[in-house]
Design a protein around this ligand. Structure first.
Ligand SMILES: Nc1ncnc2c1ncn2[C@@H]1O[C@H](COP(=O)(O)OP(=O)(O)OP(=O)(O)O)[C@@H](O)[C@H]1O
Length: 701
């Protein structure tokens, strides 16, 4: 670790920040009870309160009605005119209306279920109303009102007010008051955390000003500036932490240096049935570089479907063997294990390498032999499902673990490896590409390699979106392709998340197609409930060409490689996510022939239709991912909370994507400078890092 402890004068700022670290009870009006309420919102200190940012604003600036657009939420001031009218409907519902004169225009104000206001709405009283305005009918549905002649303060008039996330214990109005008090008493104690060169370079508002403005913007522009500054800070600090983690981790000594015999690896690459693409060459270099270095590789390899990740994996596995280590390849399904095993065997056995497949269909004896072979080192490479690592498997000398489909795998497995006392280099492969910066954001401490080029000669898959009533034409189309000697996948309808029903559907489609193609072509059936042996058989008959049509549930989704298949038909395509559709489509177009993907779908929603359009418009997985992200937002995109994508308070990784990139670059640059670890100007940033236990001991000052 490069950080050498130095001492410097930091007393002044420390003292200031300490004031912000005081519990909220240091503020007047907040006693123990209110402090508990705030604690339920995870607000404990004055700083927490200042950093409890609003998620939107209420605009109380009084507007001129002639400039207001239909449906806008606005604030007006007027005089009550005439008698209020209450009408009851349903069991307990009511509608209260009254006329309000605003600049000689008569507006009808409407309250729902507020009949008790009737008494207060006396003619002549001046009132401020906020709500949604319907232009044509001159009508406002009121969400908030204040009588201006009452003694109660109506502080909002003419201002933009923050709206905070609160709960049953704390009201928004109360929160506004507390934040305002905190700003008044402590606002000037907020210190800058970003180095001044960044503040200048990106013309960022100073931190104290930004915080003031994000709560109570002095103008729309001021609010925007505040938001921009704080979003940048948030993204920058996040990236800084990742890079610092990375840097510290790389210096930790639990990795291994693999002495790869590069000339042998080169020879192996020359012996492949095809030249590597430029992108494959580049990622091979990145991976081997990591393996040779003393730190532990922790790398994500992403590439579009069919971009040739498997061969890159084979090269890395070969390389680890030249250095005297063993390798493991883990995949999500048995079918895939089988397939990768065959591919690797073809590539590696000519070089005298011993491979084993650890599958569910192995006999007890076979399994015992394999385990013994791994422990003695006689077996160099083992292929299996993710269960491989959890079980009683021990290696003599494990150097490299490659796992396919990163999003189903990760942290937990790394922990298991660690607990087994193994520190192999780890490579994760995924065919669900996402923009690079997002990948780094989501997958935290990993390096990312990207294959962004397909092997030469690939023709893009032609994709069509059709309605269910076109089934006859689809069947005729499949027939025509089969007559040319090709094969087809038919993914059966997905009705709901019930394996049993899905299976029933697959069986129905299988029966239907068997009937249609009877005497001409063979139709196979594949689903998750088949015993692994039968799965293997079905798959082998399909890849051998004996079966021409494979009806399947989505078990073929990941990684299956039968280059002669040129048609992919997907029933109920609207029920699948875009990433999954793209994966399924990726099962065809893997050979030199023109391939086709037919999506059968009747989507009801606009978003559903847009998804079908995206599929027909682009064949590029990165583009599909980008548009998916736009359509759904990042939370949904990554599916589960386990995705690791952090939830930002202010920044929005889609909207602020450019900023994320900039912040990332700046963080990387700063971390790579030795002065970061010692320079006094970076002390606030180091203190920020040290709030994380991981860095507590590792950063000294
Ligand atoms: N450089 C290359 N030139 C020509 N063909 C290649 C090249 N690299 C790989 N291939 C072939 O392309 C096909 C797809 O490769 P591979 O199965 O490795 O893709 P993948 O990236 O793993 O895709 P998926 O994620 O869809 O499984 C294979 O048949 C493979 O032999």
């Amino acid at each position: 670790m490069a950080a050498t402890p130095v001492s410097f004068s930091y007393k002044e700022t420390r003292a200031v920040s300490n004031q912000l670290q005081q519990p909220v009870t240091a503020m007047k009006g907040i006693g123990a009870e209110r402090a508990l309420d705030l604690a339920s919102l995870d607000i404990h200190t004055v700083q927490d309160l200042l950093e409890h940012f609003p998620y939107r604003y209420e605009d109380y600036r009084v507007r001129d009605l002639s400039e207001v657009e239909d449906g806008e939420k606005i604030t007006i001031i007027g005089t009550v005119y005439g008698e209020p009218v209450v009408r009851f409907y349903g069991k307990k519902k009511s509608r209260l209306t009254v006329k309000i004169v605003v600049d000689r225009v008569v507006v009808t104000a409407i309250w729902f279920n507020r009949q008790f206001l009737k008494q207060q709405l006396r003619a002549g009283r001046e009132i401020m109303l906020s709500g949604k305005f319907e232009r044509a009918r001159l009508q406002m549905t009121v969400s908030e009102h204040h009588f201006l002649d009452s003694n109660k303060k109506t502080p909002q008039e003419g201002s933009i007010q923050p709206v905070y996330s609160t709960n049953a214990n704390v009201q928004v109005k109360q929160m506004r008051r507390w934040v305002a008090d905190a700003l008044k008493d402590y606002g000037d104690k907020v210190e800058e955390i970003l180095p001044s060169y960044l503040v200048q370079k990106y013309k960022l508002a100073p931190r104290a000003e930004a915080i003031r403005n994000i709560h109570f913007p002095d103008s729309v522009a001021g609010g925007k500036q505040g938001r921009r500054r704080l979003a940048f800070e948030e993204l920058f600090l996040f990236q800084l932490k990742l890079h610092a983690y990375h840097a510290v981790n790389r210096r930790a000594s639990d990795g291994m240096t693999q002495n790869i015999l590069l000339s042998q690896v080169q020879e192996f690459i020359r012996g492949l049935p095809f030249p590597l693409t430029g992108a494959q060459e580049r990622v091979v270099k990145e991976i081997l570089g990591d393996m040779q270095a003393e730190y532990r590789m922790n790398r994500l390899l992403q590439g579009d479907v069919g971009s040739g990740k498997t061969v890159v994996a084979a090269i890395a596995l070969y390389a680890t063997i030249t250095a005297g280590y063993q390798g493991a390849l883990m995949v999500p399904t048995e079918i895939l294990a089988e397939q990768h095993y065959t591919t690797l065997q073809d590539l590696l056995t000519p070089y005298g390498i011993e491979l084993a497949l650890l599958s569910g269909s192995a006999t007890i004896r076979q399994r015992r032999d394999i385990l013994a072979g791994l422990q003695s080192g006689l077996i160099h490479i083992v292929v299996g499902t993710h269960a491989l690592i959890q079980e009683d498997v021990y290696f003599r000398n494990l150097g490299l673990v490659i796992t396919d489909e990163q999003h189903r795998f990760g942290v937990e497995q790394r922990r298991i490896l660690r607990e087994k006392g193994m520190h192999p280099d780890v490579l994760f492969m995924t065919a669900t590409p996402i923009p690079r910066t997002l990948a780094i954001t989501a997958f935290g401490d990993m390096d990312v390699s990207t294959i962004d080029e397909l092997p030469a000669g690939r023709k893009p898959v032609e994709t069509y979106w059709v309605k269910h009533d076109m089934l006859d034409r689809i069947l005729a189309f499949i027939s025509k392709e089969l007559d040319k000697g090709r094969q087809a996948y038919v993914i059966s309808p997905l009705i709901e998340e019930s394996e049993k029903l899905d299976l029933q559907n697959a069986m129905d489609v299988h029966a239907q197609l068997s009937h249609y193609f009877a005497g001409r072509y063979n139709v196979g059936l594949m689903h998750g409930r088949l015993p692994s042996k039968e799965k293997d058989e079905v798959m082998q008959r399909f890849s051998g060409g004996e079966v021409q049509i494979l009806v399947s549930t989505t078990v073929v989704e990941v990684g299956v490689n039968v280059p002669n298949a040129s048609v992919m038909v997907i029933y109920d395509a609207e029920r699948f996510g875009l990433a999954q559709l793209h994966q399924l489509r990726g099962r065809v177009g893997r050979g030199a022939e023109q391939s086709y993907c037919i999506l059968i779908a009747d989507p009801k929603s606009e978003v559903g239709k847009e998804r079908m359009r995206i599929m027909t418009e682009t064949n590029d997985g990165f583009e599909v991912a980008r548009r998916d992200l736009e359509l759904r937002g990042p939370g949904d995109f990554f599916g589960t909370k386990q995705s690791g994508l952090p939830e930002f308070k202010i920044a929005d990784v889609v909207q602020d994507y450019r900023m994320l990139e900039v912040a990332r670059q700046e963080a990387a640059d700063l971390i790579s400078q030795p002065s970061f670890w010692v320079g006094p100007e970076y002390a606030p940033l180091r203190h920020y890092l040290k709030r994380d236990e991981y860095f507590l001991e590792k950063i000294k000052d």
